[in-house]
Design a protein around this ligand. Sequence first.
Ligand code: FEO
Ligand code: CA
Ligand code: CA
Length: 762
Amino acid sequence: MNAHTRPEQLALQAHDNEDCNTSGNPSLNDVIDARLSRRNALRVGMGSAGAAVLGSLSLSACGGGSDALSVPAPAPAPAQTPLTLSFSPVAKTMADTVTVPAGYTATPIYAMGDSLAAATPDFKNDGTDTDFENRAGDHHDGMIYFGLNAEGTAASATGSERGLLAMNHEALSDQYLHAAGTTPNPRPPAEADKEMAAHGISVVEIRKTSGKFATQKASAYNRRVHPNTAVTLTGPVRGNALLKTKYSTAGDATRGTINNCGASYTPWGTYFSGEENWNGYFFRSATDDAARGGATAKSVVSLARYGKPQNSASRHGWETAGSADKYARWNISQTGTSADGTDDYRNELNTYGYMVEIDPYDKNQALRKRTALGRFAHEMGVFGKVVEGKPLTVYMGDDSRGEYVYKFVSSANWSAADANPANRITTGDKYLDSGKLYVAKYAADGTGSWVELHIANAAIAGYASYKFADQADVLVNARLAADAVGATRMDRPEWSAVHPVTGEIYVTLTNNSNRKLEPTGSAASQQAVDAANPRSYTDAPTASSAPGNINGHIVRMKENGSDGAATAFTWDIYLFGAQADADPAKINLSGLTADNDLSSPDGMWFSNKTGVAFIETDDGAYTDVTNCMLLIGMAGQVGDGATQTLDYTKADGSKLTVQTRIGAKPTSATLRRFLVGPKDSEITGIAETPDGKTLFVNIQHPGETISKANIGDPTKYLSHWPGNAGYGPGGTSARPRSATIAITRNDGGLIGVDGTAVLNNA
Ligand code: FEO
Ligand code: CA
Ligand code: CA
């Protein structure tokens, strides 16, 4: 916007030279200048308000000269050149490297195991390293850049030379963590300790010198949180009987956060992280249903709905590492004799599955789990467009097959005074501890509704499968409440993203092997095609898979009246993943080409600088042709495409017709592949500096497919990245590591685009 104003401001400065009023009163020029400098006045342009001001008042009426109302015609605003994608698309590749377009450089800057403290030695990457409480965790995932001022003493919304990267460490490539791979149960305590500590979140300071970002090993901002870090539970469920454990008999605290997946930032400048596949880390005995009162006991119904039936093993067997409480807590079987669960960890699972807030700038502030936003496999939560005086909104996906899309609407109305508060984490209390939780229903006609999950809803209060005690119970068991109201089962909701201009909400639906023409299992285990999840097909061209939504899609929503608190919306499908040579009538519905075909969209984010969409993949279907990738797109808006009918033939020969709504098909001008990652990796996590000139991307789990038997033989590793790119020890024999890369354009320009019509001039 600033560029629009420069000619007018120059004109006013010229008049300043003729200033002849020596009084202390505000001059006419001061008044005009003040008006013109107001951002809102500038927004309307000189053709209306600005010209009216200038046209009705003389700027040269100070002696001499003419009294006539003569004003030079306002100079036309310099034309903004629209942004256009300006890079050559990257070809699909299976090379063990990060490939970016010509004219760009991608450099690893922060890998699993990197030291975050002066006293912690550099990473050897041979499985002998310890002290992961002071190292980068594994499986880098969601990530946000938080700017600092030049001195590093305060947050800066424009700081593009110095900042903090906060990121999730979702899971482990555990064989590589140990010298000879993992030891089976019972797990050695040292292995369990290392594995726990390699999860969680890290905050690392980075600085740009000579044009390159590097981490600051000894920065006082560096921080690790992991499954043993103290965490405060806040919101409506705090203190509820469902949260009482041996660790917190008051039900107001827990230890740690785990399987943190996608990430976003809050309008007050904190990091917001989703706890995703936490259920897998816990053990339940084969007789636990009976201990809890049988198959219809509420806790048994709840545990089953959250993927934790009795007789389930834990992912890493940490409960077998010893009798110490830090190990015992992973066994959530009812072993105690108390009535309220304060002598065991039967309720421990209820302390996981939340949106977690952390102040990246203040390591002394405890994490807060925000229970008002419900409990499920939180991929992440993104804030809707922020409007002064209106409630805040958070859009969230529950990433499991057939799960739901949710929205939180805050009780408090947004005040811009909270954008840079003295205490960030207590500002979070104001907006995130009270509000309404909704779940989405998509109708076939392109409309949709948000159904509030409230104990007063008759469908919830009278739900036959589970008798909710109160609103806290509804939040802890949000999946059951959403079942009760008949929400739409989606194809694995991953990231959500909000277009910075239109405010429309995008949710990636990565794939769903359970999406069928004719479900043969229970309603919960298989889903029938519907308008918002319309595809069921076998993997082209070999038909090698069972039918399902193999390649995923991205659904898009527009709130009615563009009001975040609306309970109705319209929707279409922004993009269908497909390989370019797949059937255009049934599979490649978005008309993807060799330059932009993709499978299994997962991460999605919009640049705050340029407004372009970043789409990242976590795929297992197209990986016979290409490693996972990042694409950059220019997104349109809901309704810019058309309806489309899919004609299916069922097994018995009868016809099935599904009508869906599909957005404008992308072209080479609106969607291009920007990056392809190393072998056996997922591309996830994305952040940018406020100037839009450095993009940070996370490469997760390169070469993760490895057996214990092969851990001693580097020739069996599928990937050696980033060692083979010269980062850290090991070279072309290195154990692969998850890592953050920094991407810059060699000419110093904006990432991915040319043009001047950016969204902000930070
Ligand atoms: Fe952690 Fe749903 O991806
Ligand atoms: Ca993901
Ligand atoms: Ca994923």
